[in-house]
Structure formats: C-alpha cells, structure tokens
Design a protein around this ligand. Structure first.
Ligand code: ATP
Length: 237
C-alpha cells in the first residue's frame, strides 16, 4: 500500500462538553479513494471538519504530507493542498457560477493555475460551463453540488474531503457525480468520501473506515471486508 498522505491519530473533538469524536485513528494512502462510513451522528462530519481545520480538536494529531497540521486553520490547509467539500452543497447564491468557482482559487498557490483549473472543472462538469454566467441561486441541487466540488478543485488540492455529497440528490445525478470523482482520482488526487450509503462507498473506494459513536471501529480494503463485518461495525452489533 502507498504511503499515507493523511494520518489521523487518536483525534478527539467536542461541542462544549459533548464528545462528538472520541478517538479517531485512520490512514489515507496517497492517490486512493478512501471512504468513511457510519450511521447518523457517528461523528463523520465532525471528524472531516476537524481534519480540514474548521473545528479544533481537543486531543490527538493530524499529519498531512508528513507535516503536523493539528489545529491548523482551514485557510492555511488549503494552501498546503487539503480541501473540504462540506455537507450541504454550499455556494454563494447571489454570485455567478464562474465567480463562485474563481473564489476557490484565492490561495496564492492556486492563483497561477486559475485558467487551467477552470477549464478542468468545466471539462468535468460541462453544464457549469453552459451556466457560467448564471446566478448560482438559479441552479438545481445537483448543479450546486457540482459548483461546491468545482470550487474545492480550484484550490489545486492534493487531497479532497467530500462530506456526503450525495445527500438529497437524485440517483442519476449521484451516479454522474461519483463517476466524476473517479475521474478526479484517476488524475492522481487523493479522495476521502464520507458516506451513509455503505454500498456506494464500498463500490467506489479502495479502502473503508467505519465509524461508530465517535470512533473508527473497523478499517480495511473494500475487497476484503465482508458484508457481515461491515454490518456489525456500522450498527455496533
Ligand atoms: P450525519 O451523517 O447525520 O451527518 P455524522 O456521522 O456526520 O452524522 P456529526 O454530524 O459529526 O455526525 O455529529 C456527531 C455528533 O455531534 C452528533 O451527536 C451530533 O448531534 C453532534 N453535533 C454535530 N454538530 C453539532 C453542533 N454544532 N453542536 C452540538 N452537537 C453537534
């Protein structure tokens, strides 16, 4: 297996006194698609936010490309090549599609590649090119999700964390977006996919981590993990 680009060691994250992530340990090997699966409330989003510098950990360590990035703010991590597509396909609805995408290239490290990155996003999602002068507020849910993904790609990342990007979207759109994620990965980018849909996650990822009640309770290659093992870990049976 290739070297981990991302290492999470015993991370704990809280909201006030409430422990949302108790102790999460996982590796994300360079260039792979890795999924983090778990039921509602297992702590997946909190863990992603904590890795990406949106939420501060209360214990543990996060390493990215060998550097200790624990507690580093998101805007710094983006310049180091780590980007998050947060849950909820957020985009600036009063701005055009293209302006939303261009906002992604604000880090110095990405500005030089703005044109190239924009073309790449339009190649992946041709509908965004057609609608590039439209206000993002006029887009469908699936198209907004494409904008959110595109904006993360505009930061010129080495690793992207996708937090439940299929939430609330129609099956055909989900299929299309997942096909694009495979393309992104084939281009060499490391992908972390948070999913509630275990079947989709296992089909897409090479490596899976299963979270239960704030802990990573099972990790393994998608080919080797059995349905029985996954079910037990997912439901805590
Ligand atoms: P889902 O699949 O529903 O998004 P999840 O696995 O991503 O779930 P989190 O959203 O990380 O789980 O939530 C973990 C726990 O933290 C849950 O019990 C949730 O209610 C709680 N939680 C999440 N966000 C907050 C918050 N802002 N304030 C307080 N508690 C929170």
């Amino acid at each position: 297996m290739s070297e981990p680009i991302l290492k999470v060691e015993g991370v704990q994250a809280k909201y006030g006194d409430f422990i949302a992530v108790e102790s999460a340990t996982l590796d994300v090997p360079q260039g792979m698609i890795v999924s983090v699966i778990g039921a509602n409330g297992a702590g997946k989003s909190t863990l992603m936010d904590t890795i990406a510098g949106v939420h501060k950990p209360t214990a543990g360590k996060v390493y990215f490309k060998g550097e200790d990035i624990t507690g580093m703010p998101a805007e710094k991590l983006v310049t180091r090549g780590l980007s998050l597509v947060p849950q909820g396909s957020r985009c600036f609805i009063r701005m055009t599609v293209e302006d939303n995408l261009i906002m992604g290239s604000y880090p110095k490290s990405a500005r030089g590649k703005l044109k190239e990155s924009l073309e790449r996003v339009y190649e992946l999602f041709p509908v965004l090119k057609q609608k590039r002068n439209d206000l993002s507020g006029s887009l469908s849910g699936g198209q907004r999700q494409m904008v959110a993904i595109g904006r993360a790609l505009m930061t010129n990342p080495d690793c992207v964390l996708f937090d439940e990007i299929s939430l609330g979207l129609a099956p055909t759109i989900i299929k299309d977006i997942y096909a694009r994620i495979k393309e992104i990965s084939a281009g060499g980018m490391t992908v972390v996919l948070v999913e509630q849909d275990t079947q989709r996650a296992i089909r897409t990822a090479q490596l899976c981590h299963i979270m239960l009640k704030g802990k990573v309770v099972l990790s393994g290659s998608s080919k080797e993990l059995t349905d029985e093992e996954i079910k037990k870990a997912y439901f805590g049976l």
